[in-house]
Write a protein that binds this ligand. Structure first.
Ligand SMILES: [Mg+2]
Length: 369
């Protein structure tokens, strides 16, 4: 086995691609027609890696203008040291948002680089403890008609995924109908999740959590109120019936914000996004904090990259298999993991790194940087 433990990071190549959605997408508080993926390729010792985040082109610019100069020349084996140097360097820019996503994309590329230099799978380099990562199908956009909603949710169930999520909160008059359609499409044996993306007030959220659980058997209510409202999340959680979890955390930009959400007793299950929360390094730090609070973790999106990090999370609940990202990742990369029976992604132990190869030619027409 080849081991190249003396390599220094030589360069970062950064590209960004804006890819139209296959159909207009909307949730309780936002509508969109395209998604931008920022791809970082790091090079050391003749090896090239891939990391990415879903972010604005400003994120790619920040990597080119600042972060690349921070990590180039550093030891490719000491990924947390590069992470720490980046976190230090951006102090005056403000850490949340674009800056966190920029660090996340670089951090993911550096972990993949280390794994490829060691000729080991990424999950193993991250100290995996799970062979397989349960996923849930996620989409069910409020912009879909009944037929589209049914077809998408039933499609995941047909693929063997026993958990699916739809968006709610855009139009209260339609939500009861959409939940009826969703339950009918997936049957009684599938776990049904809902995500309001912070659309409701505390009072409305409490009412909807009871309706969703009582009438439709919903097991998971995500962001019933804004994630900025930790007290509101806790109030909803305290007044929710048994059998339904209150979840939030996709906008946690670093592990310290995760600790604040946990301290507030705001969630039954903490969501974390490795493409936002200061990368795989930040994600795993936040996951360890959740473990200390006896709270499970559910990973948010970017399934092909996140699956490897999820394998190393002790209190892992599941990973969001988000329609938009699933579609983009199949288009952008060779070597994507298929959903296996029972609804799991199994990081490939026979391929080094995250196992992904960029399909440069296929993406070229979407390139914006
Ligand atoms: Mg969400």
């Amino acid at each position: 086995m080849t081991r190249r433990i003396d390599a220094r990071i030589e360069k970062l190549d950064v590209t960004a691609y804006t890819i139209p959605t296959d159909f207009p997408e909307a949730d309780g508080t936002l509508s969109w027609n395209s998604t931008t993926i920022v791809v970082v390729e790091a090079t050391a010792g003749g090896v090239r890696s891939i990391g990415y985040s879903y972010a604005d082109t400003a994120t790619a610019r920040l990597i080119l203008d600042l972060l690349s100069s921070i990590v180039i020349g550093r030891d490719a084996m000491d990924v947390p040291a590069s992470w720490d140097a980046m976190v230090h360097a951006i102090r005056n820019l403000g850490r949340p948002g674009i800056v966190s996503m920029a660090i996340a994309a670089v951090d993911a590329a550096l972990w993949d680089l280390k794994a490829r230099l060691l000729d080991q799978p990424l999950a193993v380099v991250l100290d995996a403890m799970h062979d397989a990562v349960p996923v849930y199908g996620s989409g069910g956009f409020t912009s879909y008609d009944d037929e589209q909603l049914s077809r998408q949710l039933a499609g995941w169930v047909a693929e063997g995924i026993p958990r699916v999520k739809l968006k709610v909160g855009r139009d209260p008059d339609r939500d009861r109908h959409r939940l009826t359609v969703a339950r009918k499409a997936v049957g009684d044996d599938t776990q049904l999740f809902a995500d309001a993306n912070g659309a409701w007030s505390v009072r409305d959220a409490v009412e909807w959590v009871h309706i969703a659980r009582g009438e439709f058997g919903v097991r998971w209510m995500e962001e019933p109120v804004s994630s900025d409202d930790l007290r509101g999340l806790r109030l909803v959680r305290e007044q929710a019936p048994g059998g339904i979890d209150i979840a939030a955390g996709e906008y946690l930009w670093n592990p310290w914000q995760a600790e604040a959400m946990l301290q507030a007793d705001a969630v039954d299950c903490l969501q974390l996004d490795a493409t936002r929360c200061l990368g795989i390094t930040g994600f795993l730090t936040a996951a360890a904090t959740a473990d200390a609070h006896q709270v499970d973790v559910s990973a948010h999106c970017a399934p092909q990259q996140s699956a490897h990090a999820c394998a190393a999370v002790r209190r892992l609940r599941h990973l969001e298999y988000f329609h938009d990202h699933t579609r983009i990742e199949a288009m952008a990369f060779d070597g994507v993991l298929p959903v296996e029976s029972g609804g799991v992604l199994r990081p490939d132990r026979d391929r080094p790194g995250n196992g992904l190869r960029l399909r440069r030619e296929a993406l070229e027409r979407f390139r914006v940087l």
